[in-house]
Design a protein around this ligand. Structure first.
Ligand code: GDP
Ligand code: MG
Length: 718
């Protein structure tokens, strides 16, 4: 069936877009990317009256300025892909804030249908909203919905489909006044654009006028050089800015925002009535906040909650993790007996099963942790964590909005620095943004977690404590480095912080499962692609060029002698022993072995032997590779394959690998250069200069700290 037209699902974050998307499209969905950026693009299909409607879930935004990638993606989609209708999902419990975005959609002069979502909660708050009045005031259809229950979705699709059919891609000519200073200017600019065929084809006239007044760099660039009109527009907006500065000491941008809010306040006043006292849920939310965000009790509870997450992860997650280990051990021995040829066997057993298996073994643990973190996010507690930490961030020259990038990067173990660094786009001050970008990679991202778990399993009884210390250490380093940067190379004032705390909400099982699965799947996908490739490369580096001629002769001779001296079972044991010694000699002689050894004189200061060196170099590709490389190295050089089961046991048995080495390795691993994808993103967000800085600085810092701890520990006799 042909797609008849597209509906764009848009709205504030957490307004229920994805829930509505699922309700409308059912199983019929696919995920892609918006062109040129890494923002997820969720698409699905719905049918109405024999027409097929494509539904695209746009990223959640509060506004349509050019400040963040999400905002640009959302508005470019609407301008460039001409959806038949924009379905604006509005959280009716905070109508005032949500309508700010609605107004901007209306100003794009596209057909908009408002879904007043969360109507169940509005009733719980003891309020009613006059939908007909709202529809009349904003000039577009308004439908009440409860996305979570699917209430109103049929009505919504019907209204949207009928409105789209009648609208022919145009809005209702929505128009608010921006006051005596700007109105005439806007009208003049609007006329100029309308008269210019080339410009009016790319941008809606009134919207373009507003964007020029707001000095929107994207729009100005989009039309600049297209005709003389662009220069005229720029001149007029400049003149208006100068005039406002002189007369009111303000900017066009501020006036525009003031008038929009004025309009919205008056709309809300006319539509919302309070029928009873604020609902029990909000009151309960406030009461809960009196405890959860209490000055002293709040942070203590927060530490407790985070510790509890780690504790549950390790006690519950341990069980399925054991199954995974057994599974991979069986796969290893099956491959061992099935695959002919020693080279192919080694590739599969040591390279692929040893490497990728080592990383996949952590899936149950990681899924368990993601599940609990999703619970924190969906319940609203995560926002409280950001709120409480704002006070701390200030002390270190950061901003309340730095908390989210930190948390996304793994501030509560299990994030990723790539979206973390991108999340810094919400920081308006370039200096605070730079300091956040440079310190976010110290957090405990999902890729560091398996390394932490591995070391904890091998050497320490209390895994949850190890994890807790790593997370805390990551924060401590990030904050200290931020302070250092902000008082040296990135000096400058702090800017104020405003954030809204959503009411607490009991998460749904389905929502939790979707979020958990999404993140776990990312982890598995990485194991299947990047880590598989790196495992094979590292396996090759550890296998070739093979033992040299002298060694080969030496081991052949040893075998020949054994054949004379022993017989039966004794002979077999002796031959196996020789093979293992030979394998170890070959590994030491391989490219990787030699590189690792060449670095030993330096790295031994921190207690790293050549195997750890190779693993850490591989870790630059992705930190999980540290685990997979150790897996391969310890599997190849192994002495008694039958006895040793998991990698943790093998490492524990290595006499050179002590608990002190593990501590040193953990410090280095937590702090050294971000993985290369993160480095690329840092370069894109700041510059290659700062990306290079983060690699060199972080590695230097990591090594200095690891070596200091290792030397001190050795002196103290650990
Ligand atoms: P998005 O960020 O806009 O995609 O929002 P989500 O679809 O992820 O929804 C955010 C939260 O609001 C989830 O916990 C939903 O279960 C919840 N939610 C969505 N719609 C409704 C609704 O109509 N009523 C209530 N009470 N909760 C809802
Ligand atoms: Mg969503």
């Amino acid at each position: 069936m042909e797609t008849d037209y597209t509906m764009a699902l848009a709205g504030n974050p957490n307004s229920g877009k994805t829930t509505m998307f699922n309700a409308l499209t059912g199983k019929n969905q696919r995920v892609g990317n918006f062109p040129g950026v890494t923002v997820d693009r969720l698409e699905g299909f719905a049918g109405y009256n024999g027409t097929r409607i494509k539904i695209v879930d746009l990223p959640g935004t509060y506004s349509l300025t050019a400040y963040s990638q999400e905002e640009l993606v959302a508005r470019n989609f609407i301008i460039n892909e001409d959806p038949g209708v924009v379905l604006d999902i509005v959280d009716a419990t905070s109508l005032e804030r949500n309508l700010y975005l609605t107004v901007q959609f209306l100003e794009l002069n596209v057909p908009v249908v408002v879904a007043l979502n969360m109507m169940d909660e509005v009733k719980g708050q003891g309020k009613t909203i006059d939908t007909a009045k709202l529809s009349e005031l904003v000039g577009c259809p308004v439908v009440e919905t409860v996305a979570r229950k699917g209430t109103g979705k049929t009505d919504l699709v019907r209204t949207a489909a009928e409105y789209a059919a009648g609208a022919g891609g145009k809005g209702s000519g929505f128009h608010i006044s921006y006051g005596p200073d700007l109105d005439p200017v806007i009208e003049e600019m609007e006329r100029l654009v309308e008269r210019d065929d080339r410009l009016s084809k790319i941008v809606p006239a009134r919207w373009a006028a507003l964007k020029f007044l707001e000095q929107d760099p994207e729009v100005m660039e989009m039309v600049s050089g297209k005709s003389e009109t662009a220069d005229r527009l720029e001149a007029i907006s400049l003149e208006a800015a100068v005039h406002l500065k002189e007369t009111l000491n303000t900017t066009p941008e501020a006036i525009i925002a003031d008038y929009r809010y004025g309009f919205i306040r008056s709309v809300c006043k006319q539509c919302i009535t309070r029928v009873s006292d604020p609902g029990s849920r909000l009151r309960r939310s406030d009461q809960m906040d009196r405890v959860f965000t209490h000055r002293l009790l709040g942070p203590v509870l927060m530490a407790g909650v985070i510790y509890a997450i780690f504790f549950v992860t390790f006690t519950v997650g341990e069980i399925p993790m054991g199954w995974m280990e057994t599974l991979f051990a069986h796969a290893g021995s099956a491959a061992e007996s099935l695959i002919p040829g020693s080279l192919a066997k080694s590739l599969v057993v040591d390279g692929i099963i040893g490497g990728v298996g080592g990383v996949l073994g952590f899936v149950p643990l990681i899924a368990c942790m993601f599940l609990m973190i999703s619970f924190l996010e969906d319940s609203g507690y995560m926002a409280r964590i950001a709120y409480m930490l704002d006070r701390v961030m200030r002390v270190f020259g950061l901003h309340g909005s730095s908390v989210m990038p930190f948390i996304v990067s793994g501030g509560i173990a299990g994030g990723c620095a790539v979206p973390g660094v991108m999340a810094t786009r919400t920081l308006k001050s370039p200096k605070e943004k730079l300091a956040t970008v440079l310190t976010a990679p110290f957090m405990s991202c999902g890729a560091k977690v398996p390394v932490i778990i591995l070391m904890a399993a091998a050497f320490f009884d209390n895994s949850a404590s190890v994890m807790f210390f790593c997370v805390a250490g990551g924060w401590l380093t990030a904050l200290m480095v931020a302070k250092l940067l902000r008082s040296t190379v990135v000096k400058g004032e702090s800017t104020p912080f405003i954030m809204e705390l959503p009411p607490y909400r009991l998460p749904t099982a389905k929502g939790l499962l979707i979020h958990t699965w999404h993140r776990t799947w990312q982890y598995i996908k990485k194991a299947g692609t990047v880590i598989l490739a790196v495992s094979i490369v590292i396996w090759a580096a550890m296998t070739f060029p093979g033992p040299d001629q002298a060694d080969r002769v030496k081991f052949e001779n040893l075998k020949a002698r054994a054949a004379v001296e022993y017989s039966g079972e004794q002979l077999e044991n002796r031959l196996a022993e020789i093979d293992k010694t030979r394998e170890r000699a070959a590994l030491a002689h391989s490219f990787a072995g030699r590189t690792g050894r060449a670095l030993e004189p330096v790295t031994s200061a921190a207690g790293f032997d050549w195997r750890t060196n190779i693993a850490l170099i591989g870790g630059f590709a992705a930190k999980e590779v540290i685990v997979s490389t150790l897996g391969t190295a310890y599997s190849m050089g192994e002495v008694d394959a039958q006895e040793a089961s998991g990698l943790a046991r093998r490492i524990e048995k290595d006499p050179l690998f002590t608990p002190l080495t593990a501590v040193s390795l953990l410090i280095f691993m937590m702090l050294y250069a971000p993985c290369f994808v993160t480095v690329v993103v840092i370069a894109r967000e700041t510059s290659w200069k700062w990306a290079a800085f983060s690699m060199v600085f972080n590695t230097g810092l990591a090594f200095a700290l690891a070596a200091a701890v290792y030397q001190a520990g050795t002196l103290l006799g650990y």
